[in-house]
Design a protein around this ligand. Structure first.
Ligand SMILES: C[S@@+](CC[C@H](N)C(=O)[O-])C[C@H]1O[C@@H](n2cnc3c(N)ncnc32)[C@H](O)[C@@H]1O
Length: 406
């Protein structure tokens, strides 16, 4: 694992010109980064011939994406192959039966699929099956299933009192051995919930919420730790603070913004969402070009988020709305078509830039996942990782389990 991590680190550092940038901001410069032009003119030739439909096909098909980019970055295939050898094969999760389906009544479809898949992953590992600590539990959907299936106590820890109340009421009604505790994960008192005999679980606890859980769990020698990481960028510090000694000693330093890269998948929600995004990006890019020419913008000016329904009113309306929001005054005559067309051209460029960065997305996520796995290994845990469900159900589908070595 350490050797693969180091190989991955070196690769990411060597190729950083191809993933360490913001496609939106780069596209405002009307061209590819100069390092690409110097070091990989053949990539630029390929991108120049690519049309938007083809870029969308790459966004929709991870295998095709890697296959088409691999002539330019052959190591990606080799690395992906080594990384895949760590992933435990998963089985399709069963539909809930009988009492379990009653416990999951009202749980949204994708969430239910995740919970069933995770329970299955936990089931086939040797970790203790309770008592459980469900970290950042929400209403405790996962905890319900664990409490019922293993008839073992669950402490569900959650910040929002309303979610605790709902979860506790449901658990009491179903006679489940669950106890909700309201609190803040970053409060020193939260530590007291970690017991050495416990199995700690966390489904999609964002950024610092799951790293603080990991630190407390290893400090208290908890028997087992099972979690799916997400939102790596939701951290308090400006830059990523690696957990493992191996990652701390590596030369790869990630800013908070760069931690967003693994999450920047554009294909979620189908054709309508994709077209809305396209319209919004075209308008935003076109507005930056307009602002540069007539409002004295520098490299980039921020524009607030907009209600999606307002996009239907067209580019001119978007620009006027942005100016009202920010207190800018537009001249009486503006060549709207010209700036919208710039937005359209820059959008194409942005998508091509993203297609290149996208080939590194999963590898960056792997780097973060391996850091967590190495951290557990360094603290005396046997570690496994699986992709607990398809990326259509959730793109954050890594599931890491650590079982304390005896
Ligand atoms: C992405 S949700 C996941 C909820 C649940 N695990 C699930 O998958 O349904 C993250 C949860 O963390 C809770 N949370 C956020 N900040 C917290 C904090 N500082 N301490 C404890 N819980 C927190 C949120 O209220 C939310 O319920």
């Amino acid at each position: 694992m350490k050797a693969t991590f180091n190989q991955l680190t070196e690769f990411l550092l060597r190729q950083q010109d191809f993933w360490r940038f913001e496609p939106f901001l780069q596209s405002l410069h009307f061209g590819y980064p100069s390092a690409w032009q110097q070091n990989m003119p053949q990539l630029i030739d390929w991108l120049t011939k690519l049309d938007l439909k083809h870029v969308e096909a790459l966004q929709d098909d991870a295998k095709l994406h890697i296959a088409e980019l691999s002539p330019f970055f052959p190591e990606i295939v080799e690395l992906q192959h080594s990384l895949n050898s760590f992933v435990l094969p998963t089985e399709i999760a069963q539909q809930p039966q009988g009492a379990e389906s009653r416990l999951l009544t009202g749980v949204p479809g994708r969430k239910m699929a995740q919970i069933l898949a995770i329970t299955q992953e936990i089931d086939r590992q040797s970790g203790v099956k309770g008592p459980w600590l469900e970290w950042c539990s929400g209403k405790g959907y996962l905890g319900r299933l664990l409490a019922y299936r293993y008839q073992a106590p669950v402490v569900s820890f959650e910040f929002q009192q309303a979610l605790c109340n709902d979860g506790q009421a449901f658990a009491d009604q179903q006679h489940l051995p669950m106890c909700f505790v309201q609190g803040d994960a970053f409060d020193a008192n939260a530590k007291t919930l970690f017991e050495s005999k416990a199995h700690v679980v966390a489904l999609h606890a964002c950024g610092d919420l799951h790293t603080v859980m990991l630190k407390h769990a290893v400090e208290h020698h908890c028997q087992a730790i099972s979690f799916s990481p997400c939102c790596y960028h939701l951290i308090k510090s400006e830059s990523y603070q690696p957990l493992s000694v191996t990652a701390q000693q590596s030369a790869l330093l990630l800013s908070r913004n760069e931690l967003r890269i693994p999450l920047q998948e554009t294909v979620t929600g189908g054709e309508r969402v994709r077209r809305h995004r396209q319209t919004e990006m075209v308008y935003r890019l076109g507005f930056q070009a307009l602002g540069k020419d007539v409002l004295g913008f520098g490299d980039y000016e921020t524009v607030p988020s907009i209600k999606k329904s307002l996009l239907d009113l067209g580019f001119t309306h978007f620009c006027r709305w942005a100016c009202d929001e920010k207190g800018w005054t537009l001249p009486a005559a503006v060549d709207w078509c010209h700036y919208q067309s710039i937005g359209e051209q820059q959008f194409q460029l942005m998508e091509k830039l993203s297609a290149v960065q996208g080939a590194f997305r999963r590898l960056l996520e792997w780097w973060l996942v391996l850091d967590r796995m190495l951290f557990l290994d360094e603290h005396g845990y046997d570690v496994t990782v699986s992709e607990f469900c398809s990326r259509a159900i959730t793109p954050r589908n890594f599931f890491i389990q650590g079982i304390k070595r005896s």
